[in-house]
Every structure is written in structure tokens, then in C-alpha cells.
Design a protein around this ligand. Structure first.
Ligand code: SAM
Length: 320
């Protein structure tokens, strides 16, 4: 699938629900709670099947909200894993319920997992996530490694004044467990766009801090890869540390992504407020492929060359 700017689109982020058991401060607004919709598993499957068979989508990441809250997650992954047009089915989670589910996810055919972890301090974790339990996420990470959902990737959103002194400790903790770790610049999304004014830490600053503890050598980037990954060597440790800089070094010209929200809306850019409704082509049993093709065609042709920063939704509702 080639968009209006000539970019190949082969990655899909599919939000299974906009409900979440945490409410991270940069992701979920405090005053306007997200309502908590769940996409029907059959609808989700038919969207992926259509996009992969007919439009060349090869990489699926299940997200949310919190995807582990979806009651049909395991059977959905089993069905997705059976689509031989897909190269991989991956998932992003906050890890709060992962310890109990890691083995079932692996058995269902999940290829890889990303786990969000912004701090190693239990009190700070509870503060940043508005109530999360650090021990549960750490246990989830250990379980994912133990069952072989590898390489397990730890995602850290770096925020000035909150966790920006923890980069080396989080990297060390992750590498010691055989995980890769990626540090992300906080992005200005929808109603929470203002968080960057106070909390943005640039990739350059992150790198300077990581260089104090690790020897870092850049690894050549693969297509569609927004992160700059480094082969990292520290005392008694080696692994991969990545940095993603969507705010100070946007990678729009290399964007290969589409999103589908848990309400069945196509979103072509995190920073654009046009949503293309696929749910009108779903009758509860079948997807009207002709109608969906027409909606997709408009979306793809109108995918912006770069972000206009007019998003209305928060990340939790969009699917991060
Ligand atoms: N609940 C899951 C989780 O916590 O990983 C999946 C959904 S969450 C929206 C997906 C990712 O988006 C997380 O790694 C989160 O940190 C990231 N995210 C959310 N809002 C963000 C923002 N404003 N800037 C950067 N990353 C953000």
C-alpha cells in the first residue's frame, strides 16, 4: 500500500480497547475519562485479514488502552497468528496483568512484546500511572522473559523532573534481564499536548546521560524503524538500547503506519484529527470489503506528509 506521499504502509497499530487499568499522566486526561470501548474480536480479525491479504499490511501491534483487558485477546491472537500474510503479531502492555497471561500469549502465537516501564521506584510508579503497582509490572516482565516472548522490549517515556534521572538504572535493570530498552521523547498528543512544555527531554540529552554508563555504537536502522538503536556495553552487561525522538527529530517521511481505534476508526497520523470510520462497513458478521476499500483509499491518499498537531483524542483513545 502506497500513500499519497509515496510512503509504503505495512504496519498497523490496532487498539483493542480504549479502557486502561492505569492512567499515565501523559496518556490519559484526568478530567475527561475515556469511556472504555472494546472492539469486537471478529471485527478486529476481519480488519487485519482484509488489510494484510489485500493491502500488504505485514506487522501488527495490538495496543490500547490496555490490550490485556480485552476478553477475547487470546483467541484473537491465535487467529491472527494463523494468517500467513503477516510477518509478526506483537503487543504493547503496561504489564500489570502480564505475569498471569505471558504463557498463554506465547502459546497463542504472539511473536514479541513491549512493556511500558517509566520508573523503578514504586512510589513514583504509582504517581506517574495514577495508582499502578510497580511489582506487578516487574513480575510481568520477568514472566515474559521466562516464557520466551523475546526479545522483550521495555519502553520508557522520559519526562523531565519525573524520571529523567533514572535512564541508566532502567537500562541496566533491563539489559541485566536480557531485555532491550527504548527511551521515548514525550509527544504532544491531543488534550495532553501541553505535557511537553514542562517534561520534554530531548534524545540528545538522553544520549548524553546514557553515554556516562554505557559504550554505545549505532546499529543500522531497518525500514519503518523509528528508533535509533545502539549496541550497548556496560560493566558486565551488553544489549540494545534505543532512542525514539518523535518530538525533536520527527520521522514522518519514513512513516509506514496506520492505526485503527477500538471504535473501528482508521487514523493515519497521531497528530491529525481525521478519523475514517470502518465500523459502518461491519454488520456484526462480515466486513463490506468494497466499502472498506473506499474508506481506506481516502485515508491513505490524505495521510499527512507531517503532523499538523490538531489531534483531538488522547493517546489512550487513539491506541499508542
Ligand atoms: N497500555 C499499554 C501500555 O501502557 O503500554 C498500551 C497502550 S500505551 C498508549 C502505548 C505506549 O504509548 C506506551 O508505551 C506509552 O508510554 C506511550 N505513550 C502514551 N502517551 C504518550 C505520549 N504523550 N508521548 C509518548 N509516548 C506516549
Amino acid at each position: 500500500m502506497i500513500d499519497g506521499c509515496g510512503r509504503t504502509i505495512d504496519h498497523l497499530r490496532l487498539s483493542l480497547t480504549d479502557h486502561c487499568n492505569l492512567a499515565c499522566r501523559y496518556c490519559a486526561p484526568e478530567d475527561t475519562p475515556v469511556l472504555g470501548g472494546m472492539i469486537e474480536a471478529n471485527f478486529a480479525f476481519e480488519i487485519v485479514r482484509w488489510l494484510s491479504l489485500q493491502h500488504g499490511i505485514r506487522h501488527i501491534r495490538l495496543t490500547g488502552g490496555e490490550p490485556l483487558l480485552h476478553p477475547r485477546l487470546i483467541p484473537l491472537i491465535e487467529r491472527l497468528a494463523g494468517l500467513d500474510t503477516l510477518h509478526e503479531v506483537t503487543l504493547t502492555t503496561n504489564g500489570q496483568m502480564l505475569a498471569q497471561k505471558a504463557a498463554a500469549l506465547r502459546d497463542a502465537g504472539l511473536n514479541r512484546i513491549n512493556i511500558s516501564l517509566d520508573t523503578l521506584d514504586p512510589r513514583r510508579f504509582a504517581h506517574l500511572t495514577r495508582g499502578g503497582d510497580l511489582a506487578r509490572t516487574l513480575a510481568g516482565i520477568e514472566a515474559a522473559v521466562a516464557v520466551g516472548l523475546t526479545p522483550v522490549r521495555i519502553n520508557v517515556v522520559v519526562q523531565r523532573g519525573l524520571n529523567d534521572h533514572e535512564l541508566n538504572d532502567i537500562a541496566q535493570w533491563s539489559l541485566a534481564r536480557g531485555c532491550t530498552v527504548r527511551f521515548l521523547e514525550v509527544m504532544p498528543i491531543g488534550p495532553l499536548a501541553h505535557v511537553i512544555d514542562e517534561h520534554l527531554v530531548s534524545a540528545a540529552e538522553m544520549l548524553a546521560q546514557l553515554n556516562e554508563r554505557f559504550w554505545l555504537r549505532p546499529i543500522p536502522q531497518s525500514l519503518g524503524q523509528p528508533a535509533v538503536d545502539y549496541a550497548a556495553v556496560g560493566v558486565g552487561l551488553r544489549g540494545v538500547i534505543g532512542i525514539i525522538a518523535p518530538t525533536t527529530r520527527p520521522f514522518c517521511s519514513r512513516c509506514r503506519r496506520l492505526r485503527v481505534t477500538s471504535r473501528g476508526q482508521l487514523v493515519t497520523c497521531l497528530h491529525d484529527d481525521r478519523y475514517y470510520d470502518l465500523s459502518r462497513w461491519w454488520n456484526g458478521q462480515t466486513l463490506d470489503v468494497e466499502g472498506a476499500d473506499a474508506t481506506l483509499s481516502s485515508a491513505i491518499n490524505e495521510k499527512p506528509a507531517s503532523g499538523a498537531f490538531v489531534q483531538l483524542l488522547c493517546m489512550q483513545a487513539l491506541g499508542g
